[in-house]
Design a protein. Structure first.
Length: 297
């Protein structure tokens, strides 16, 4: 069986689609890598790119992508709803087949060092690659975002893992790490009151006593006149999609607000959708082999 590693870089550009295409082209042009998906969000001003391949090829594609983004994205001009600290905000390596988490950790360290050495961008390590416990959580590294990190990076506890304690003048900083598959799942609400989304985000996220493995924040979608509970579900087996969605639905009802839609950003494990389908359909003793395509495989 071939070695398969997934990589899901997030870049701080979701409005200039010509720029996004130039960045994504670096993945297309790298041998040994297959581009699976990329999507851009105007309000978040962010794009999520997903590709797979063997470990060495994926590292090379991630570096080329970063080099292009650093050349084309100026954080001094960037505004968006999603927290970010750099032109390439985060690059996670995810083990899929014939590769260990330890392999992905080493890949993250190697790439972080190379980005700093060759591009002059300070880099942080997070997740399973974190150099200290508090940096396992990406939100701790992003605290204050790009604007706040300009000042706080000079404080010893905020020094990057690679590079001097100062941001790149236009590209900011980049976070590289290793993690298990997560689901970027957003729930859109039929109101423009951001305080409603903020309240619900506090109810469901782990940091405030909500669900384990859930990060959440309220976002205003100005173009739609709606608000959103934007989430990362970091372990869909322990905290499945349907459980979080139904909690959000009930909390929103307290404000007289409906759920008007949901979004999955990037790719999602099949099992997560099967679990949600089985729950909503109330299927007894459901077996994934009852799915025709699974049986055919």
């Amino acid at each position: 069986m071939a070695q398969i590693v997934q990589c899901v870089p997030n870049i701080s550009e979701g409005r200039r689609l010509d720029v996004v295409e130039k960045v994504v082209d670096q993945v297309r042009q790298t041998d040994g890598v297959k581009l699976l998906d990329y999507s851009s969000d105007f309000d978040h001003n962010r794009s999520v790119i997903t590709f797979v391949g063997d470990l060495a090829s994926v590292q090379e594609a991630a570096f080329r992508l970063t080099k292009q983004a650093v050349a084309l994205i100026n954080m001094e001009e960037h505004q968006g709803a999603h927290p970010r600290i750099g032109a390439v905000d985060v690059i996670p390596f995810i083990p899929i087949e014939e590769v260990t988490m330890g392999d992905c950790v080493q890949a993250a360290v190697n790439l972080a060092r190379r980005i700093n050495t060759e591009l002059g961008v300070p880099t942080y390590l997070y997740g399973e690659a974190a150099s200290r416990p508090e940096r396992r959580n990406l939100s701790n590294i992003r605290k204050g975002q790009y604007e706040g990190l300009k000042r706080s990076i000079q404080e010893e506890q905020r020094w990057p893992d690679f590079g001097s304690p100062s941001l790149h003048p236009t590209a900011g900083a980049t976070v590289v790490g290793a993690r298990m598959p997560l689901i970027a799942f957003n729930v859109n609400l039929g109101t423009d009151r951001k305080e409603v989304a903020d309240h619900i985000a506090r109810c469901v996220r782990e940091r405030n006593g909500g669900f384990r493995n859930v990060k959440a924040m309220g976002v205003l979608l100005e173009e739609r006149g709606q608000v959103q509970v934007s989430m990362n579900l970091e372990n869909y087996l322990e905290t499945p999609i349907h459980r979080v969605l139904e909690t959000i639905r009930r909390e929103a009802a307290l404000f007289g607000v409906p759920v008007v839609g949901t979004e999955i950003v990037g790719l999602v494990p099949q099992q997560a959708l099967l679990d949600a389908a089985a729950w909503y359909l109330q299927v007894e003793n459901f077996d994934p082999q009852q799915v025709l395509e699974n049986r055919l495989r």
